[in-house]
Design a protein around this ligand. Structure first.
Ligand code: NAD
Length: 798
């Protein structure tokens, strides 16, 4: 029977329960969120005359926890309105409702006896066949399942979400001894396809996979920092973005997680028999000292870093010898600077471990022991090596997992640096080498990725890939054309992909050339085009430094030509003979948002942050963005009855440079169109889904759209916009310069100061946009804003 998930119950509405409830609501599932009935009424409730029998009191825990979660940042919901999909209740009155759900997720406090008593209660109401999973981070799944009915045990497993559930990509699935294979397969599939997670099958071993390996790696660094006489900030510089790890690197991450939480898990792992490096989990003295002083990180105000008080607060770091906070020191490692100039993260590792300084020795030691550690964890925590890499990438935000890094430095070198640091790697690595297999992973000419499977002693494909397109895997054989900022790849079935590859994927001359070239090639030899990449962000927008240079040098002719070229490229996308599908993800700002507005369809990742942010740098969207938002508003005007609200909303969205916090919010902002554009929760599927969309459009007989005139309202709209900007300025909500920029935008979106509503061509609006843009480029305050954002990455209010 086909299993469908329409309604889920989440038991426990704390940090994790509320977050998990929100994420199910994000994907359209109805959620029942239950928590305990409070023991007594609060003073406030008593004052209102409420008794413990009132639902307002009985449901208080779940209601308040959910409300608090909904307010938290980053937002747990794709769209605030989705909270309506969550019904709150309590674990006494609402238990009968459990018979109507398809999946029960337990997320109550981490205590075995409490979890077991919750399961006992649930079992009375649960319909046979209903999935039931626990979010425990460390209680053995088998212990929780023991003693329950056969049907319960067959449908029971661990489903370990990470905090925050919407954003952290990992979902560990841990079978209990009697979980059916169908249930395990379903959880792995559903978690990936619909919840958008990297699902990792784990064994029921302490801390499962990600925390076992991730915490090992952190504890190792705790020991090495003193051995190599490094400072906190030096370790964070060495273990951050330069090697493809998050900006918060090691110590800042621990400050966020909480040192006590980390050490508690580590101490549990220290007891593990059969773990050859379990001494690493024992905290060094200075860590114990920090725990004694309650320096636990963000939650106690002091950790490895501390924010100083006073007018000019600064971040200080802990001197581990003196155990005192001091101003942060500049980190200087020549090798780090050189490594940053190497493009691919994989190519940096061999370079970084080669040096003779302490940074290189630190890398050799920490990586060597990590390689040895993960090699011994198979088959203990996973049968397949790729699961360890998947878990670490998704759970800890590393760009590459341990085996991938080992491949990058070379297997033989990895074995050597492990040995130099007194660690032996597991025997299977030597056997693999003797068979002449030189890597843990390989990719064939079609882009299919294989891993070395220890059980069969051969390469096997990684499951699930058939649904994904990974550009870095296919690029070597499918590139049709490229320049320094763009590559055009053949995705097969007559679909081309245009991939931005410039710095921050900014749109400059080379990207525009690539866009034109892609359309040209596709119109000649292909059926459709996808515009997608797998960089950190879809694109930061137009190349601002180029605009700045031309504006400062008063090369207005040149600037005019550059804007015109961009407008032409986007209009070419709009009016091409083949369907063009944009597939944005993450930051999709300015010019790249305009590009999406001109595509035939958009297939966006759920985590897409779209916005026309030009006004924040004192400009207006001039790649057709102002025009397109005017046109989209005009589509909502009723015959004879002009509806100004939508146009005013769009004007405000652009004027305030608002960025959507998800793809769903982008529908509300008007950047995406309901019934036309699509959202994909699992980002790995985005390009494949966009390709399918382009293919379906082509197969259904795509025809070039026919231009339609745009109704503009002239003075009627202009007056409303200017009065609005005036009152914001009078109330000091916006600066004089903001008012000037808003005035220019108003003029464009009103279609000029026409005396009555008129139909105009798209070109008319494009010309207005360009003129406004160029005139703003002559403004000193606009130039100051651009310069500031280029220098600091932050907007300037002037
Ligand atoms: P939490 O303390 O925020 O929430 C726990 C919830 O359990 C509370 O709402 C509480 O009212 C409820 N509860 C307490 N006693 C109960 C009882 N007798 N019956 C039913 N409910 C009861 O905890 P959390 O951080 O959300 O953790 C929940 C689970 O998720 C734990 O198993 C934890 O180990 C796991 N987990 C936590 C994180 C994290 O980062 N916080 C990450 C992954 C997994």
């Amino acid at each position: 029977m086909k299993r469908r998930i329409s309604r889920v119950a989440v038991i426990g509405s704390g940090i994790m329960g509320s977050g998990i409830a929100c994420h199910f609501a994000n994907i359209g599932v109805a959620v029942l969120l239950l928590d305990v009935v409070p023991r007594e009424c609060t003073e406030g409730e008593k004052a209102k005359g409420l008794a413990r029998t009132d639902p307002a009191v009985r449901n208080r825990m779940a209601v308040e926890n959910l409300a608090q979660a909904a307010k938290s940042k980053p937002a747990p919901l794709y769209d605030k309105a989705f909270i309506k999909r969550i019904q709150t209740g309590n674990l006494e009155d609402d238990l009968p409702e459990l018979s109507a759900v398809d999946w029960i997720v337990e997320a109550v406090v981490e205590r075995l006896e409490i979890k077991r008593s919750v399961f006992e209660k649930i079992e009375k109401y649960r319909r046979p066949g209903t999935l039931i999973t626990s979010n425990t981070s460390g209680i053995p799944i088998g212990l929780m399942a023991a003693g329950r009915s056969e049907d319960f045990q067959k449908h029971f497993a661990g489903s370990h979400f990470f905090n925050p559930p919407r954003y952290l990509k990992l979902l560990e699935v841990i079978p209990a001894p009697h979980t059916s294979q169908a249930v395990i397969d379903f959880l792995l599939m559903y978690g990936a396809k619909f919840l958008g997670k990297t699902t990792v099958l784990c064994k029921d071993t302490p801390a499962f996979i990600a925390n076992r390996v991730g915490i090992f790696s952190i504890m190792k660094l705790f020991h090495e920092v003193k051995k190599f006489d490094l400072t906190i900030e030096e370790v964070d510089a060495l273990t951050g973005p330069v090697i493809g790890r998050p900006k918060s690197a090691t110590f800042r991450t621990v400050d966020v997680v909480g040192l006590d939480t980390l050490v508690r898990v580590a101490k549990g792992l220290q007891q593990l028999k059969g773990d050859e490096q379990n001494a690493t989990f024992s905290p060094p003295d200075y860590i114990q000292d920090m725990l004694d002083k309650n320096w636990l990180g963000a939650k106690t105000g002091s950790g490895f870093y501390r924010k100083t008080k006073g007018e000019k607060s600064e971040i200080h770091s802990l001197d581990l010898d003196a155990m005192r906070y001091r101003a942060r020191k500049k980190v200087r490692f020549a090798a780090l600077e050189s490594a940053k100039r190497i493009d691919g993260i994989s190519d940096r590792f061999p370079f970084l471990i080669k040096g003779t300084d302490k940074a290189a020795a630190f890398y050799r030691s920490t990586l060597g022991s990590l390689f040895a550690y993960v090699s011994h964890r198979i088959p203990e925590i996973a049968d397949e090596l790729y699961r360890i890499d998947d878990a670490i990438r998704a759970g800890f935000g590393w760009r590459q997992g341990p085996f991938e890094i080992w491949d990058a430095v070379g297997i033989r070198v990895g074995i050597r640096i492990a040995k130099e640091n007194h660690c032996e790697v597991a025997k299977w690595v030597g056997e693999m080498q003797r068979k002449g297999m030189a890597n843990f992973y390989r990719v064939d000419e079609k882009g299919t990725r294989y891993y070395y499977d220890i059980k069969t002693g051969d390469y096997q494909t990684i499951p699930g890939q058939a649904h994904y397109i990974t550009l870095s895997n296919i690029r070597p054989t499918t590139t049709v054309w490229k320049n320094r900022g763009c590559a055009i790849e053949d995705l097969g079935d007559g679909i081309l992909n245009i991939e931005f590859r410039s710095k921050m994927n900014a749109i400059g001359g080379e990207v525009i050339q690539g866009l034109n070239k892609g359309i040209e090639i596709a119109e000649r030899d292909f059926q459709g085009v996808v515009i997608a990449n797998q960089g950190q962000n879809f694109s930061a927008g137009a190349n601002l430094s180029m605009i700045f240079m031309l504006a400062v040098e008063r090369e207005y002719e040149e600037l005019n030509r550059a804007v015109q070229t961009f407008q032409h490229a986007l209009m070419r996308i709009r009016y091409s003979a083949i369907p063009v599908v944009a597939a944005p993800h993450a930051m999709t700002l300015g010019g790249s948002c305009e590009l999406c507005l001109h595509a035939d369809r958009v297939v966006a990742a759920a985590e897409t942050y779209m916005g026309l942010v030009e006004c924040s740098v004192g400009l207006i969207p001039a790649g057709g963005g102002s025009k397109e938002m005017t046109q989209r508003a005009a589509e909502t005007f009723h015959k004879g009855d002009v509806e100004l609200n939508r146009l005013r909303d769009h004007f405000t969205t652009i004027g305030m440079a608002r960025v959507s916090t998800s793809a769903y919010e982008a529908f509300a902002s008007g950047f995406l169109k309901a019934g036309r554009d699509l959202v994909v929760v699992q980002d790995e599927r985005r390009i494949a889904a966009a390709k399918q969309c382009a293919l379906a459009r082509a197969e259904n007989g795509y025809t070039k759209p026919v231009p339609t005139p745009v109704k503009v309202l002239g003075k009627q709209a202009l007056g409303v916009f200017l009065v609005g900007a005036d009152s914001l300025s009078a109330g000091n909500y916006i600066s004089e310069h903001d008012k000037k920029v808003a005035g220019k935008l108003a003029y464009v979106m009103a279609g000029g100061d026409l005396s009555e509503a008129t139909y105009v061509s798209e070109q008319y609006l494009l010309d207005l946009e360009r003129e406004a843009f160029l005139s703003l480029c002559t403004e000193k305050k606009t130039l100051a804003r651009i310069q500031h954002i280029l220098k600091t990455g932050k907007p300037l209010r002037n």
